[in-house]
Design a protein around this ligand. Sequence first.
Ligand SMILES: Cc1cc2nc3c(=O)[nH]c(=O)nc-3n(C[C@H](O)[C@H](O)[C@H](O)COP(=O)(O)OP(=O)(O)OC[C@H]3O[C@@H](n4cnc5c(N)ncnc54)[C@H](O)[C@@H]3O)c2cc1C
Length: 391
Amino acid sequence: MTAPLSPLALLDIDSLIGAEDRDIRDTVRAFVEDRLRPEIAGWYDTGQVPVRDLALEFGRLGLLGMHLDGYGCAGTSATAYGLACMELEAGDSGLRSIVSVQGSLAMYAVHRHGSPAHRDEWLPRMASGEAIGCFGLTEPDFGSDPGGMRTRARRDGSDWVLSGSKMWITNGTVADLAVVWARTDEGIRGFVVPTDTAGFSSTEIKQKLSLRASVTAELALDDVRLPADAMLPEARGLSGPLSCLTEARFGIVFGSLGAARDCLEATIAYAGQRQIFDRQLAAYQLTQAKLADMTVELGKGMLLALHLGRLKDEDRLGAPAISIGKLNNTREALRIARECRTILGAAGITLDHSPMRHANNLESVVTYEGTSEVHQLVIGQALTAESAFRS
Ligand SMILES: Cc1cc2nc3c(=O)[nH]c(=O)nc-3n(C[C@H](O)[C@H](O)[C@H](O)COP(=O)(O)OP(=O)(O)OC[C@H]3O[C@@H](n4cnc5c(N)ncnc54)[C@H](O)[C@@H]3O)c2cc1C
């Protein structure tokens, strides 16, 4: 009898990852195991997570904006960033969300679309975790259709005055700056809003059943007056925020597989020691069929993620390809998490085991950064040259 292999070892996935990227992954994995895993069930249970402390720790590890260049960012490969997201989400999707929103949404928006002054002012502090950013695109009535947004920025002399509200905003109550997207006379534009500006307020959304170890908030903009240079000069129209979402979706392609891998590993370990009728649960064919099918999906998702990582590192990754990754990997990760919970039986419903926590989190992960349906529509449009977003 040979020793059992871990799910991704069956495909020798490590042989596809360069030594430097593997080192980064292993460092993040050790941090997650030693520092985060002992705490995560408690954070999830209470719905309280020390985002500020964690941001500083993530900053020291070089995880914030890690695939961006300059301004204190690590400038790693996209694949390394994806692998870091995978390890963080093996801990919890909420922890990966902190890093995604900071690096791929808020920092990327400033890096790609901001002025030199915006970059100098915010990026070094955001890379170190001293300043936290949030990204305000979604509104109460406009999620999948952000182009309908009602938040408005009007000119008053040379100033801008913003009014409206944003909903479901990760890190909204802990942020130092909010990147806010608003309608102007010249179309949708982005604004850098320091959260201590008069008229800006945020309220945490409570009673969540998903992403409990993550802060989610509603933002209110009540005649928030900003200087002319608060506008991101390089972002014009919806392509501005969508470019940031594309970055974040890439991290999720890898991240969701981290949650799935953790579910599978926890479940294999449990099934190996749980005695049912006259033998261990892992020895039953029905259990092994489930484990095998989940391992096949995890492996396929991993090959897809690494392929997208290579394309991104070569600057050849298109939005429909990211949609394929986001749609497949979040959907399969959620299926894996739910299937793992069935193998755990009643033990699977508490925080002693990770699969149901991951499954609950993944309900948000399949929803944010474009729902599965929205990604089906993106892929469908690419295939047919017909947009089916509107009836
Ligand atoms: C935990 C969490 C954190 C978030 N963090 C942020 C954040 O930091 N910043 C931010 O801006 N947003 C954030 N969001 C918001 C997220 O991006 C939106 O929830 C998402 O875009 C979906 O919008 P919605 O919830 O309004 O759903 P809706 O747009 O109301 O969609 C409802 C349903 O309709 C379906 N649907 C939509 N369009 C079509 C169509 N054309 N055809 C068929 N079906 C369709 C959807 O797929 C979905 O099933 C977060 C959400 C969550 C849950």
